[in-house]
Design a binder for this molecule. Structure first.
Ligand SMILES: Nc1ncnc2c1ncn2[C@@H]1O[C@H](COP(=O)(O)OP(=O)(O)OP(=O)(O)O)[C@@H](O)[C@H]1O
Length: 284
């Protein structure tokens, strides 16, 4: 069995205080192993994005531990967390977050620019990532010139450009039609297969979740069941679960979630750094 790339222990997230207190995560313990694909599913408001933001070091837990490659990271300073996140993780969001005033290549190399990589080298790596996504011919186009599927491929190129060990995808196909969704899914699972990249996918899409190695069901901030799809004991509660009832996401009347900006921009430099600032626009 591959070692754990990400672990959480007794993860608690509380928003607000007093009468406005809301317990979004109520003590989650789980492991994500290197090279696996994990879907995080559950009804709207169950805590999926909150969990993703904590695992991806975009936000800090109220209590509990997040460990990356066995190393607890919760106590690190903002600057160190930013560096670790930039080196280790790629991000793909439903709303793309491409800067409409920049070219596709400029968007793709942003994580490298923030990491201080020299222009020539970052453009070389950016073009390499775009070639892998069959998007090299769009490098000089403005991000607004792209179709939805092309935008998401540019986002995947941006996620790949730092050679991350984990890609976090929050509703990666939420803005795409079914044919384009299939292409994007195939690209993501291809990266898992061919490069051993770990995928953590937050989704309401049961078909996409079914393609992942494992599904973690959240309900009211707790794991109600984690299922190994390809294991012999499929359906048995897996490690890190509390067991219990399985959430039926297929019957819950689902209203498409409002676009939610990450608690921290994944590419933004921390407050105590001199890195470039930028503003991105959710595009559709
Ligand atoms: N910054 C915040 N302040 C207060 N409450 C918040 C904040 N962020 C999230 N919440 C609340 O925490 C709960 C979990 O939110 P979260 O976004 O993690 O759910 P989700 O399962 O990802 O939902 P969706 O599928 O709609 O995106 C929700 O009830 C939400 O209203």
């Amino acid at each position: 069995m591959e070692p754990a790339v990400l672990e959480t222990e007794n993860l608690v997230k509380v928003y607000g205080r007093g009468a406005n207190r809301f317990d979004a995560l109520k003590g989650l313990t789980l492991e994500i192993r290197r090279g696996e694909s994990v879907a995080v599913i559950g009804k709207s408001g169950s805590g999926k994005s909150t969990l993703m933001h904590l695992m991806a070091l975009l936000d800090r837990p109220s209590q509990g531990v997040v460990a990356l490659n066995g190393r607890p990271v919760s106590e690190l300073k903002n600057k160190e967390i930013h560096k670790l996140r930039n080196e280790s993780f790629g991000f793909v969001f439903q709303q793309f977050f491409l800067n409409p005033n920049q070219t596709v290549l400029e968007n793709v190399v942003l994580p490298l620019k923030i990491a201080g990589v020299a222009k020539r080298e970052r453009n070389r790596r950016g073009m390499e990532a775009l070639e892998r996504l069959e998007m090299a011919d769009k490098a000089k186009n403005k991000a607004t010139d792209l179709s939805g599927g092309q935008k998401q491929r540019a986002c995947i190129a941006r996620a790949l450009v730092t050679s991350p060990s984990v890609i976090f995808a929050d509703e990666p196909t939420g803005n795409l039609d079914s044919n384009t969704s299939e292409v994007v899914e195939e690209i993501l699972f291809g990266l898992q297969r061919e490069q051993g990249i770990t995928l953590v996918i937050v989704t309401h899409d049961d078909d996409l979740a079914a393609k992942c190695d494992r599904r973690i069901y959240l309900k009211d901030g707790e794991i109600v069941q984690a299922e190994e799809i390809h294991a012999d004991s499929a359906g048995a509660p897996a490690q890190g679960t509390t067991g219990g009832e399985r959430e039926d996401t297929s019957t819950g009347a689902h209203v498409a979630p409002a676009p939610q900006y990450p608690a921290t921009e994944p590419w933004a430099a921390p407050a105590d750094s001199d890195g470039p600032k930028h503003r991105e626009e959710g595009t559709r």
